[in-house]
Design a protein around this ligand. Structure first.
Ligand SMILES: [Zn+2]
Ligand SMILES: [Zn+2]
Length: 283
């Protein structure tokens, strides 16, 4: 079996970094990982400036090549996480000033996509926790603009959303249709069981957190839309907040042994869907 992790973070500053992660994952049967950039301040780039985001893109490009050197396929994603909007509001940068700065970041993301520095956009989306209506709507504006950008470049997008089941899936389906996007590139990341069910109903791809995938979760979904993620944070100061990429092979083997899935379904989730939804060349 070939294993993939469709959403994880790398932090070579405080954590393991891509090289060690890729080496260990490859040993466990891994063939592909999608690395998603963390906000600049996670890497110690504390200034709120385009320069900080440029340094993130450089770090991400370096980390992606480390993954390739280990013989794995990789896709790298860079975005503006909704939590970043909250962080900047807390620092006193808000409204128009913040929007114009983040528009510059979107421009940088566009250049990076065109130059092949990154492969997709993410995370963008909406807060999954309580925040102010103003921050929520600004996050949604950024998401919408990121989706328009993705459309013009044919790039995949990883969305971080509230886990609102029906309402979450309907809102994204409606954006996809209104903006004329290709649904196969719009990925609902970290989907709860209910959100995954409704994403399946609305024909939207999603990533299932390895900690949540079980018989119950599988019952409601259509596997042709499902990928698996660890959402590994690569931060030893926060152990246990997410799973490890190598938990994926362990879980998949367990599910096959228990008869919850067969090898054909596992292959679809871990290989076929990644190839299809993330523009990856097949192994
Ligand atoms: Zn997320
Ligand atoms: Zn994440």
């Amino acid at each position: 079996m070939l294993y993939s992790d469709a959403h994880l973070h790398v932090n070579p500053v405080v954590g393991l970094g891509a090289e060690k992660i890729a080496r260990k994952f490859k040993r466990e049967g891994g063939w592909f990982i999608a690395i998603v950039a963390l906000p600049p301040y996670y890497y110690g780039f504390n200034d709120l400036s385009i320069e900080s985001y440029k340094r993130v893109s450089e770090l991400l490009a370096r980390e992606a090549s480390r993954v390739r050197e280990q013989g794995l396929e990789v896709a790298s994603f860079m975005g503006i996480h909704p939590a970043e909007i909250d962080e900047y509001y807390k620092r006193g940068v808000k409204g128009e000033k913040l929007y114009s700065l983040l528009s510059g970041v979107l421009k940088l993301i566009e250049e990076n996509l065109k130059g092949g520095v990154i492969d997709g956009i993410g995370e963008v989306g909406r807060q999954h926790y309580t925040t102010s209506p103003e921050r929520f709507v600004l996050s949604e504006i950024i998401m919408r603009e990121a989706l328009v950008l993705a459309k013009s470049l044919g790039a995949p997008v990883q969305l971080h959303l509230e886990q609102g089941g029906f309402a979450t899936a309907l809102s994204i389906r409606s954006l996809v249709d209104t903006l004329g996007l290709n649904a196969k590139h719009i990925i609902l990341h970290h989907a709860s069981s209910d959100t995954a069910l409704w994403a399946s109903n609305y024909g939207l791809p999603f990533t299932a957190p390895v900690k949540r995938l079980d018989e119950e979760y599988l019952k409601g979904i259509r596997v042709e839309y499902c990928m698996l993620e660890s959402d590994f944070l690569d931060d030893p100061r926060r152990p246990g907040v997410s799973a490890y990429p190598w938990d994926i092979p362990v879980l998949v083997r367990e599910l096959i042994t228990r008869g919850a899935i067969n090898e054909e379904i596992a292959y679809k989730v871990l290989v076929d869907n990644v190839v299809k939804y993330m523009n990856i060349k097949p192994p």
